[in-house]
Write a protein that binds this ligand. Sequence first.
Ligand SMILES: Nc1nc2c(ncn2[C@@H]2O[C@H](COP(=O)(O)OP(=O)(O)OP(=O)(O)O)[C@@H](O)[C@H]2O)c(=O)[nH]1
Ligand SMILES: [Mg+2]
Length: 462
Amino acid sequence: MPLGGGMDGGREIGLMAHSSHRTGHTEVLEAGSVQQFKEVPERTLVVGLVHRHTSRTEVMEHLQELAALVRSAGGTVEDLLLQERPAPDVAYYLGRGKVEELRGRILQEGIHAVVFDDELTPVQVRNLERAWGIKVLDRTGIILHIFAQQARTVEAQVQVELAQLQYLLPRLSRMWTHLSKQVGGIGTRGPGETQLETDRRLIRRRIQHLQRRLREITRQREQRRRGRDQLPCFALVGYTNAGKSTLLNALTNAGVRAEDRLFSTLDTTVRAFRLPSGQRALLSDTVGFLHKLPPHLIACFHSTLAEVLEADVLLHVVDVSHPRFRHHMRVVQETLQQLGAAEKPTLLVFNKIDRIREPELLRQLEREFPEAVLISAQRGINLRALLLHMQRAYEGDTELLTFVVPYAQLRALEELRNSGEILAQEALPEGLLVRLRCPVVAVSRLRGRYGAYLMSGMGAPS
Ligand SMILES: Nc1nc2c(ncn2[C@@H]2O[C@H](COP(=O)(O)OP(=O)(O)OP(=O)(O)O)[C@@H](O)[C@H]2O)c(=O)[nH]1
Ligand SMILES: [Mg+2]
């Protein structure tokens, strides 16, 4: 059923559960996705407002990106519409005349949903839905549709459902009622409670449950990470569709899905590979970033994005064949800042150079961004050079550390060996003396773990 196929009467909306089981008296649902978001928004109109602080071109570019999002969600875009007004209308966002005009079009062309580039207030959504009789969505709503289709692991499903419910809660209206039927009879209507209140209460409870699950998953992920953090870790970051998964596959034969749609990856994949020195290392691929990605969505994906925060070096992958790549780079930098990862050593990787036909354009890019490594992940161009850059970025400046490892703790040797080059070893009465040259990025980890064995005063920087 298309989104917005009529608002009246018992629309099947609610929590879509993959399975459910009883524990004690309460029914616990596995994470899934809210049914509403699984329905493809079919024929759509995409609408943006040009107001005092925006230009026509800018809004048009945003609308084109929004249209790409709608298509990634499986919908079609019948038209892109702009309205110029000094400010959004409080009640309808658009001017009343425009609302009326669109009503005619919607009926005539059988439009199923209208998608706005800006986030509308719940009041505006409600008024427009009433006026048009079809679903009104915004950028976040569309992204949640894509997420609903793409979430594969339990972790991604929990994160997605949480984001969906947080989005829904303030937008609940009469058309969302009967949620309780969908969640298997839990939380029947309390005395004096309206259906809407019951639904709100159910959603809040479900949100709490999902938040608990997410904390649990985060803990498990941390444990796993601790088990393998002796190896250098690289993380791919970048705008959605930049080619991150393609690059992961090219460097590690990971077999991760890469496709020409936005947000094709929602989970984190970590794969091992070897640097040119022969050193084993890990590379992780994760969810892409996007202009106007709402902060609460980023917050929901914190567990997935933790991989980025833990990495020693980031690879910022840019689709340099995209006309808006500079803007994309800024969005990625801002998102990294929000995540607290802006200070990490970062390698700039310009991808899809096979699409750039004019050699002069390539030279211009090289002049403007001398630090960038130009590659084609798909054609395998320049990947060897990229690996060498990665090795150098990881090794960066090195530091000399001297440890005396007690004989009972020789297990630590393996991690020391994996972290750098052992220059000397000597058996002392109290333990094994190890002189290690290791990359600066690994020093704080080693200090944290083996600080007690560190000989002070001998770790002078090289
Ligand atoms: N021409 C060309 N296309 C590429 C290159 N690298 C990736 N692509 C294509 O770009 C599209 C997106 O690639 P993905 O690897 O899925 O991009 P991603 O960054 O993982 O995207 P999300 O997971 O959606 O954030 C796919 O159609 C790839 O085949 C390249 O070097 N050259
Ligand atoms: Mg991907």
